[in-house]
Design a protein around this ligand. Structure first.
Ligand code: IMP
Ligand code: MG
Length: 183
């Protein structure tokens, strides 16, 4: 048991389940984009482990790019105003784009991002999200490729952070109350 594992209350999705599902998602991308070269757009920082594993689950041609966004402070998060901290390098006009997200919670971040990307004239625009909190969804975001539904609790691991930590856990779980209180 590692130093990080000790802070986890409950493992919700273990590493094997995550890897098996990513293999399936990779196969779905291969099937749906056969003969084309999609651009996968990872939303930093949370999507970095997912992008790395998904990339290796895709056997056909694909390109990879990243964006970094930040929601304005939690008080204004409901506005759905998102700041682009790092933009794409690729011109996505006429391209097949798949946005890769760690988790869809309210959907506000993704909703903003999709509007922004759609304005650039991609041939197609789809979303892949490893996790979602369905009860929370305030904005209905069309997620074409989906991994797991998690309950309406704060989760960490596999890219998801608590105060920038725990992103490097290979599984998704909840934190002990004592850890949250300590912060
Ligand atoms: P949304 O705009 O409410 O959908 O928020 C999406 C973003 O909030 C995700 O990309 C995560 O970075 C973050 N987030 C939402 N729920 C959690 C969680 O349970 N743990 C850690 N980060 C989360
Ligand atoms: Mg975050």
């Amino acid at each position: 048991m590692s130093e990080l594992d000790e802070d986890i209350d409950e493992v919700l999705i273990d590493a094997e389940q995550i890897q098996a599902t990513i293999q399936e998602l990779g196969q779905a991308i291969d099937r749906d984009y056969a003969g084309r070269t999609p651009i996968l757009v990872g939303v930093l920082k949370g999507a970095f482990p997912l992008m790395a594993d998904l990339a290796r689950a895709i056997q056909g041609h694909a390109e990879f790019d990243f964006m970094a966004v930040s929601s304005y402070g939690s008080a204004t998060q409901t506005s759905g105003v998102v700041r682009i901290l790092k933009d794409l390098e690729a011109d996505i006009a006429g391209r097949d784009v798949v946005v890769v997200e760690d988790i869809v919670d309210s959907g506000l971040t993704l909703n903003y991002l999709l509007r922004n990307l759609r304005a650039r004239g991609p041939a197609s625009l789809e979303v892949l999200a490893l996790l979602s909190k369905p009860d929370q969804a305030r904005v209905d975001v069309p997620v074409r490729y989906h991994g797991f539904a998690v309950p309406n609790v704060f989760v960490v691991g596999y890219g998801l952070d608590f105060a920038e930590r725990y992103r490097n856990l290979p599984y998704v779980g909840t934190l002990k109350d004592s850890v949250i209180a300590r912060a």
